[in-house]
Design a protein around this ligand. Structure first.
Ligand code: FBP
Length: 246
């Protein structure tokens, strides 16, 4: 099995996600968070176990931080402007990511999309390439499509299981709402670690509650973005999450 040592601590993970500039656009950003240097500094100061970005941000901004915080490059992406079936195109290769300093790579699969088959196939190739280079792979497993009820909490266990079946080392799912549902997803994922995404900005207390649930359910941690850098005091919430999760 590929080692997760570079991006986890005692099997736990606190990733700072910063791919929203592509996924959602500047609507998510403000004066500070639009600056990648600000986010990488937050990654260091907040003791995140890795920062997740797309290749363009890595290429122009990561160098000064390369020995300070590990890098995960998200290999595919899409904008919020597209109206077609959910599909996230590959934008960066595994070797390219490694050359940019990545010690792990990430990839989104929209389960249930009419283009699911393409994403599953590409993801399988990425797992093979990354594992051949001893690099772990994180699967963003998001059920999405016209006939998918994204709010169905039972789908998260399916998403986690698909990640495990495809050889992901870590699977990233939406928090399914209860400790029990998350514990079931963790169980279904087996040796594949489970992290939860943070979602759009919510109350501070809700994030702390989710972090406790993550701990209680045996999940590995958070891959969280907006609920850190959109909070009034990002370092304060980062330190709180660090205490709970790590
Ligand atoms: P957040 O914690 O900000 O939700 O980030 C997690 C994440 O998975 C990002 O990596 C990604 O850009 C975004 O959520 C995708 O959100 P959406 O559900 O809108 O596709």
């Amino acid at each position: 099995m590929v080692s997760l040592q570079k991006i986890t601590k005692n099997g736990r993970a606190l990733f700072l996600a910063y791919d929203q500039g592509l996924e959602h656009g500047p609507v998510d950003l403000n004066d500070k968070s639009a600056m990648p240097e600000y986010i990488f500094n937050l990654g260091v100061m907040g003791k995140f176990t890795a920062v997740i970005v797309h290749k363009g941000i890595a290429e122009k901004y990561y160098h000064p931080y390369q020995f300070k915080v590990p890098l995960i490059i998200k290999l595919n992406g899409k904008t919020s402007l597209s109206q077609s079936a959910p599909f996230s195109a590959q934008l960066c290769g595994v070797d390219e990511a490694i050359a940019l300093g990545a010690v792990a790579v990430g990839y989104t699969v929209y389960l249930g999309s009419p283009r699911e088959d393409e994403m599953l196939g590409t993801f399988a190739n990425i797992v093979a390439q990354a594992h051949a280079r001893k690099i772990p792979v994180i699967a963003w497993m998001y059920p999405r499509g016209e006939h998918i009820d994204e709010a169905d909490p039972n789908l998260q266990a399916y998403a986690a299981r698909v990640g495990a079946e495809l050889g992901a080392d870590i699977v990233k799912i939406k928090y399914p709402g209860t400790i029990e549902k998350l514990a079931w997803a963790v169980h279904c994922a087996g040796k594949t670690l489970v992290v939860c995404s943070g979602g759009s900005k919510t109350a501070y207390e809700k994030i702390i509650e989710e972090a406790m649930a993550i701990r209680a359910a045996g999940a590995a941690g958070f891959a969280i973005g907006r609920n850190i850098w959109q909070q009034e005091n990002p370092l304060e919430i980062a330190s709180k999450l660090h205490g709970i999760i790590l």
